[in-house]
Design a protein. Structure first.
Length: 309
């Protein structure tokens, strides 16, 4: 039989592990008819609750369940990468354990693979249940990054997707430390089919993604897939040099021709504050790229395993 690998990143998902497993197995009949068996790879991202214990219970009754447990929290991007490395399937799926990624879509995704696609991805058509402020900034992020980057990042895209082995092998060639999976999936190319569905709220528990975590994640995505902010910083530098030169010429002419005294210190303080702020902003942009380069050249491992069961 062929093999379907299902990668499930987990961080404090004790309440959802069992429910996810039961929901996923509801599709086992469809895949058995198509000569596919399951392997389920739970990747524990340094959970502090009983997630590992719940997965081990599943391992005792199902030899197709595997556990990769990190030594600490390395982040979801590292968990996805570890799962892809561990997977042995002809087809590979990535799903969240909170059941916001409906397993009922898997048969339809499988049929799309049969039509010749190398990847079948999902996107939400709404953000029902999310705070309005969070939804506003999420949409703004997708608009900004798609204007600055040549790599298309689809608005509402989820990590939930089904991929062929050659697609996953291509993704695994990108061994960068600072990972932004949504961009990596798009960058490697291949034919991708997008399936849309309405947003589904978590079955149990609370989301681990706070506003600030999402903000830094979005910043990582921008830095990873476009150098436009560096160009913008250079443009601002040139613009302020031109403006300063013009103001110097105007000041000299006013003094030489009209005898006007130079304006007082309040306006000078405002100008200095503005220019200093722009300089610090541009320095911050350069610093972001420098920090990512620093982390890459250190060649630290993306994750460290505590258990592989």
């Amino acid at each position: 039989m062929s093999l379907l690998s299902v990668i499930v990143p987990c961080f404090n998902e004790e309440e959802n592990v069992s429910d996810f497993y039961e929901e996923l197995l509801k599709n086992s009949g469809f895949f058995s008819e198509n000569n596919y068996s399951f392997e389920i790879i739970f990747v524990d991202d340094g959970s502090k609750d009983g997630t590992v214990r719940e997965v081990k219970k599943l391992i005792e009754k199902d030899e197709g369940v595997h556990l990769l447990s990190f030594s600490r929290n390395f982040g979801k991007e590292a968990a996805i990468y570890a799962g892809l490395q561990k997977s042995a399937g002809d087809l590979i799926a990535i799903m969240d354990a909170d059941l916001q990624d409906p397993p009922s879509l898997l048969p339809e995704m499988f049929k799309c693979i049969g039509e010749g696609y190398d990847s079948v991805a999902t996107r939400r058509v709404d953000r029902k249940g999310e705070p309005p402020v969070r939804s506003f900034f999420a949409r703004a992020f997708y608009r900004i990054i798609n204007r600055m980057s040549r790599t298309e990042i689809v608005d509402g895209a989820r990590d939930y997707r089904l991929m062929t082995r050659r697609f996953v092998d291509a993704v695994l060639q990108l061994t960068e430390y600072n990972r932004f999976t949504k961009g990596i999936f798009s960058w490697v190319g291949f034919e991708t089919k997008w399936l849309e569905y309405e947003n589904i709220e978590r079955r149990k528990g609370e989301t681990k993604w706070s506003f600030w975590k999402l903000f830094w994640y979005a910043l990582d995505g921008i830095v990873a897939f476009t150098t436009a902010p560096l160009t913008f910083a250079a443009f601002l530098g040139v613009l302020f040099c031109v403006v300063a030169f013009i103001l110097i010429v105007v000041t000299i002419i006013r003094k030489a021709v009209f005898g006007d005294p130079t304006s007082g210190w309040p306006s000078l303080v405002c100008i200095i504050s503005l220019v200093s702020g722009v300089q610090l902003f541009c320095l911050g942009i350069v610093g972001q790229y420098l920090s990512k380069t620093y982390m890459e050249v250190k060649r630290r491992p993306i994750y460290i395993l505590r258990e592989d069961i």
